[in-house]
Design a binder for this molecule. Structure first.
Ligand code: GLU
Length: 526
């Protein structure tokens, strides 16, 4: 909090050391609650975990190393000065401990999720999919839920260590891969975007002779024919695996060969659909049908755990940027189109009702997986294999209903005044302003990774705070040479003026950062 006020303050151009020290002191004492003057590594990670940030978070690998190193030889833990040294560049730690992530009361939110989980667990209705023998053998009792917010706060509960196959949840992602490569127009020359109003594997095409949408079987087979069609099939499959790895925050999915073989052997309907589409000239020229079908079955047979699927859903919620790695997996336009389709066509013949009553984009698969996206907030995965007559996970649908009853996650809940539903997220305006504050703060601390993550979200590196101070101003006055170098390479405005007319060069001169002055002057003289 103090840091925020500092960045916005009228009469000072820098985040001063005093102010930074106060912030760190407050963070330290929030962990050192029994006032022993030291904190252990276990205490530190527990505090972060309560707020949703886990110790395997790829953004904190440096902090983890530094902490482990600092703790060597001191069973009691580390003191304040070592703590400051260890986390000084880790903006994520600061934000987490200050309660500035997407869901500030994360542990309260997780309690509610656990409550819903318990309520839904007693529902044992439905049957596992039996049209693919390997799926029919899955233990029907499995039940897992995972959450990942757009700030990378994570929570998992239930059978989260067991993998399940993607089945139809591969469809939105394959659509995104094709969309990313070919663009909206080309993809939709071969696939419509209307709900079909029929079952997912119905022998039906739209009035143009195309599959109705990419989220039913015919459309998904078509998408498979579009993905990287100019490279060998093995490389095309690698491309899908690579994408799932990125969506999962650098966790590679596995492949279930017996599901694949079983699926291929029982795929008469999918073969029929493909021939029907070929008869209607729906495929691009020279499409190899058998190869395309096998590729589609392989994608359905990729396996993930629930936390990976939640991270994939969170990537869509975050406009295509994975929250855990900051990598832009899809463009925001691709994510937007995919979510529009998930909203209207993601839940088989229940899609209209789901959009009306529950109101957030989702995609289910016959393995009992359900991938849910709450745009700008979080991704959720629910996995429970028993399905209703429409092919959706019984518990998945019930969980969604209860989630929608408790929280204002419906697309149009924002229209309702005096809603009784809870809103766990931070205020929208606040989070927009956060991007600016975080960027400027990251620049002043020298945290280039964080700058890149904020940039990947689409934030203009030229944005300024209330005082007209930009990231470059702060980096220049704090002596952060690498940040200055990076920002100049990213072509920010080097002559930006703050409200007192100060430029980054003036700041660097004032603070006597000779290397930075030289850098800026050299750039300006070009
Ligand atoms: N592999 C399945 C099929 O094409 C996907 C079905 C689904 O999950 O909807 O039959």
């Amino acid at each position: 909090m103090a840091t925020k006020q500092r960045v916005r303050s009228k009469n000072n151009s820098n985040i001063s050391d005093v102010s930074k020290g106060l912030v760190l002191e407050a963070l330290f004492s929030s962990i050192d609650t029994s006032k022993t003057g030291v904190i252990t590594s276990v205490q530190f990670w527990n505090e972060l975990k309560k707020r949703g940030i886990l110790s395997d978070d790829p953004r904190l690998s440096d902090v983890k190393d530094a902490f482990d190193k600092a703790c060597i030889g001191s069973k009691k833990g580390i003191d304040f000065s070592l703590f400051c040294e260890t986390i000084k560049h880790a903006l994520l730690v600061h934000k987490t401990l200050r309660g500035e992530l997407c869901i500030p009361d994360f542990s309260g939110f997780c309690d509610e999720i656990t409550d819903i989980f318990k309520e839904v667990k007693s529902n044992v209705n439905g049957n596992v999919a039996n049209y693919i023998p390997q799926l029919a053998r899955v233990n029907p009792k499995y039940f897992a839920v995972s959450i990942c917010t757009i700030d990378g706060q994570r929570f998992s509960h239930g059978d989260t260590n067991t993998s399940f196959c993607l089945q139809s949840t591969c469809k939105p992602i394959n659509y995104c891969i094709a969309h990313e490569e070919l663009g909206e127009e080309k993809v939709h020359q071969h696939i419509g975007r209307e709900p079909s109003g029929r079952s997912f594997n119905e022998m039906a095409l739209n009035s143009d002779g195309l599959p109705h949408n990419p989220l039913i079987n015919s459309g998904a087979i078509m998408c498979s024919s579009l993905i990287r069609r100019n490279i060998p099939i093995a490389d095309r499959f690698d491309e899908v695996i690579k994408t799932w790895t990125e969506l999962s925050g650098d966790v590679e999915p596995t492949f279930n060969n017996s599901v694949y073989l079983s699926e291929k052997q029982t795929a008469d309907r999918n073969f029929a659909l493909a021939y029907f589409m070929r008869e209607n000239k729906a495929f691009p020229e020279n499409t190899n049908l058998i190869e395309t079908l096998e590729f589609y079955f392989q994608c359905c047979s990729i396996e993930v755990k629930s936390d990976s699927m939640a991270s994939a859903a969170a990537t869509l919620a975050n406009g295509g940027v994975n929250p855990l790695t900051g990598k832009k997996v899809f463009s925001d336009g691709t994510a937007k189109n995919c979510l529009s389709l998930m909203n209207s066509c993601g839940m088989y013949d229940f899609s209209g009702e789901y959009a009306f009553k529950i109101g957030f984009p989702a995609k289910s698969g016959v393995s009992g997986a359900l991938l849910i996206v709450i745009p700008n907030v979080m991704g959720i995965c629910i996995w429970s294999p028993k399905l209703d007559e429409l092919g959706n996970s019984v518990r998945g649908v019930e969980f969604s209903k209860k989630l929608g009853e408790r929280f204002s996650f419906h697309n149009y809940d924002s229209l309702i005044n005096n809603s009784e539903k809870k809103d766990p997220r931070r205020h929208k305006y606040e989070s927009k302003m956060d991007n600016v504050i975080n960027l400027i703060y990251a620049a002043s601390c020298g945290d280039i990774d964080e700058i890149k993550r904020i940039e990947a979200k689409g934030v203009d590196l030229n944005v300024s705070d209330y005082d007209g101070r930009t990231a470059l101003h702060l980096a220049a006055s704090e002596g952060q040479f690498e940040v200055v170098d990076y920002l100049i390479k990213r072509k920010v405005n080097v002559n930006a003026k703050d409200r007192w007319g100060g430029t980054p060069l003036k700041d660097a001169k004032k603070s006597n950062h000779v290397d930075i002055c030289n850098k800026i002057e050299k750039y300006l003289s070009k």
